[in-house]
Write a protein that binds this ligand. Structure first.
Ligand SMILES: Nc1ncnc2c1ncn2[C@@H]1O[C@H](COP(=O)(O)OP(=O)(O)OP(=O)(O)O)[C@@H](O)[C@H]1O
Ligand SMILES: [Mg+2]
Length: 679
């Protein structure tokens, strides 16, 4: 059907004989009234639940007066905007209204248990915005009006409860790309399924879901990272995201575009799975683009959206009546879903006309039976003081603390083993750099020149360990953070179990890297011989590797993106490096920067390694040329010149250990703050 035809239909040119009033000449008469005037026995759209019997597990989800606003990007540079903000604060005009885009306009609706509710509309109609708002997952910058009410079985809910009871398959999927599809599902089963479920039952459920969603062929394929590591196809990723949510048989399932990227057979099987879930008494809401006629028939109710408003809510049969009444009858042999979406689309080049048409359809629906019933229900609830909070008990994590910890540890360990950036590249890089430094500083002797070279090599140990570990952590950790944020917001696991599990899983690597590096470079350079000296140096280098890892975690958790963390990292590390005692004598640190030097791991580690190297070098062990008076004749003199004292070695160890703890705790706090903030 062409756009012309559509327009004609809406204008009433091809209206059915019964619809005397077309939208354009409605003259303010409500659609409801006009239908009665025409002798219609039906009221279009319905609120009635499919089955009046509800058990405690069945959830009726209703939302009223949902008004959602999005930020509008203001033209002008970032500086201009910053200046405006400062001006606002200085002039005490903190509440200068920021321009906002009205994304959802007074949207109300209800989804019943046992019902498959499909939200449809053209692209940009507000489907995802609606789903995010009802699932309490609105993105940053999106504001929901305080008059909005969201109720589960008539009780207002908050984000925490909603996330505990509802499974939400978002339009954009997020995975840890180094796992296989099966490993991902096993992890999801470990944290999503109730704590009393045995391991065997969990694996059986995973197998069942894999079979239901035809993931058998790709279950052992790496999920991959789009554009970086080849893995599952788009459709397989979609099914995997859906499978994760389907594992627990949640009472309320919200799916944003579960079928996009799937062929018609797969789309049908996914919707069939949803239909089966709804038939078991679940409440299922999904958005869908272009469902086939066959799929369309599976929907119990449809919610049509246009321009952020509700254009229709009711059964597909009632939609046929509604649209034919308003003069937009779906032609025979035409897919009704395609037809509604086209009727409610803004046609390029004819925007004003399209918006006018959409407004009329929505206005008609807004005064119809469903909207009135919604309004009445809402007022009844308010009057009966039904807006009390439900008992919050039971909205806890599905898995126990230990189960969560074990699951995160297992997953993190798998990704450590499989993430090439973490293991193979790191070990290769460490070996290469250690051999290179070893060759450059090969076989140093205790001479005046040797002293200078050894001190340089020791400082290079520290810079290499710091930059290598801090940046590897930042790159890998920040790429995993969006997954963490989404999963903690779905209350799959706690922030502390994640942080602890992740830290412990990565620990072996941060022990092996310094061991490999020191074992190669230390003897090649010819540093102080003796196993005790080697072990002391190894312990210090290992501590440095772990301080820098902790620092990497802190930067990753405090910054909003990988690129930001990578650009913030070096300027923050440089001052610590300067206070290490190599570039600036530790006795010359300005008084106002003394405090900062106490946070410098370079300072503790450099002092410790130099003490280890020079403290027991007796006078005369260093070969000096007689003509040179600046040659240090003993190790003690070297330490004195650098303002280091041999008795400080234990404090250096303590200082490094405290920095590890301090940075880790700060990183954990930053992570918690991130997890609580909006996505
Ligand atoms: N955070 C935001 N700030 C400003 N505008 C937004 C924001 N989020 C969404 N929008 C706008 O709101 C409108 C609805 O977006 P939404 O993602 O809900 O559409 P949709 O119906 O899901 O479309 P699609 O079918 O393409 O996924 C779009 O015009 C979009 O640009
Ligand atoms: Mg969308």
């Amino acid at each position: 059907m062409g756009q012309e035809d559509q327009e004609v239909l809406i204008r009433g040119g091809k209206a059915t004989s019964t619809s005397a009033e077309s939208l354009d000449n409605n003259n303010g008469q409500s659609y409801e009234q006009s239908s009665i005037n025409q002798g219609f026995s039906k009221n279009y759209g319905t609120l009635s639940p499919p089955s009046p019997t509800l058990t405690a597990d069945n959830l009726t989800y209703s939302w009223y007066n949902l008004d959602v606003f999005g930020a509008v990007h203001q033209p002008g540079t970032g500086w201009k905007q910053l200046l405006n903000r400062v001006k606002g604060v200085l002039c005490n005009e903190r509440h200068i209204p920021v321009p906002r885009k009205h994304l959802l306009k007074n949207v109300s609706g209800v989804a019943y248990p046992g019902e498959l509710l499909a939200v449809m509309g053209s692209s940009g109609a507000g489907k995802t915005t609606l789903l995010n708002a009802i699932a309490f997952r609105s993105s940053k910058g999106v504001q929901i009006s305080p008059s909005t009410v969201r109720l589960l079985n008539g009780h207002p809910i908050d984000a925490k409860e909603m996330q505990a009871r509802c499974a939400y398959v978002q339009q954009d999927d997020l995975f840890i790309g180094s796992l296989t599809a099966r490993e991902h599902l096993i992890f999801q089963a470990m944290v999503r399924m109730p704590r009393h479920t045995t391991k065997k039952q969990k694996i059986q459920r995973v197998d069942q879901v894999i079979q239901d969603l035809s993931l058998g062929k790709c279950q052992n394929t790496l999920i991959g990272v789009p554009g970086r590591v080849k893995g599952l196809s788009g459709g397989e990723r979609k099914r995997l995201a859906f499978a994760s949510e389907a594992l627990t048989d949640p009472p309320l399932l919200i799916c944003d575009e579960p079928t996009s990227g799937l062929d018609s057979f797969m789309a049908h099987s996914v919707v069939q799975v949803l239909k089966k879930l709804s038939q078991k008494g679940k409440t299922v809401i999904l958005t869908i683009h272009q469902p086939s006629s066959e799929l369309f028939e599976l929907f119990d109710k449809i919610l049509l959206m246009a321009e952020g408003r509700v254009a229709f809510l009711g059964t597909p049969g009632e939609a046929v009546d509604f649209f034919s009444y308003i003069g937009a009858q779906c032609p025979n042999n035409y897919n009704p879903a395609d037809f509604y979406v086209q009727v409610l689309a803004v046609v390029p080049g004819r925007e004003a006309e399209s918006r006018d048409r959409i407004a009329k359809i929505c206005d008609n629906f807004a005064v119809g039976k469903v909207s009135r019933e919604m309004e009445q229900n809402f007022q009844k609830l308010e009057k009966s003081n039904g807006l009390n909070k439900e008992d919050e008990n039971g909205f806890t994590y599905k898995a126990s603390w230990f189960m969560q910890f074990r699951a995160v540890l297992w997953r993190s360990w798998l990704s450590v083993l499989k993430e090439p950036l973490l293991v193979k590249v790191r070990l290769f890089q460490t070996t290469m750099v250690a051999v290179l430094i070893g060759l450059i500083f090969l076989g140093q002797q205790l001479t005046q020149v040797g002293v200078m070279n050894i001190n340089g090599a020791i400082f290079l140990f520290l810079t290499n360990m710091t930059f290598q570990n801090a940046f590897a952590t930042i790159t890998v950790f920040t790429s995993e953070l969006p997954v963490f944020i989404r999963e903690t917001r779905s209350r799959l696991y706690r922030c502390d179990t994640y942080f602890l599990g992740k830290t412990i899983a990565e620990l072996p690597l941060f022990l092996i890297v310094p061991l490999l590096f020191t074992a190669i470079a230390y003897p090649m350079i010819g540093l102080r011989p003796g196993i005790d000296h080697f072990l002391t140096a190894l312990a210090l280098v290992t501590l440095v590797a772990n301080v820098s890892t902790s620092f990497g975690y802190l930067i990753s958790c405090a910054c909003s993106s990988t690129s930001m963390a990578l650009s913030v990292g070096p300027p923050v590390i440089i001052p610590f490096l300067l206070f290490g005692g190599f570039f600036l004598n530790s006795g010359s640190v300005p008084v106002y920067f003394k405090w900062l030097s106490y946070l410098s791991w370079f300072r503790y580690a450099n002092e410790g390694l130099l003490i280890n190297q020079w403290a027991d070098v007796k006078p005369g062990e260093i070969t000096c040329t007689s003509s040179n008076t600046t040659c240090p004749s003993s190790g003690e003199i070297i330490l004195e010149t650098l303002n280091f004292s041999a008795s400080d070695l234990p404090f250096d160890f303590i200082g490094l250990a405290l920095l590890i703890v301090g940075f880790r705790i700060s990183a954990y706090i930053a992570l918690r703050v991130r997890a609580r903030r909006k996505e």
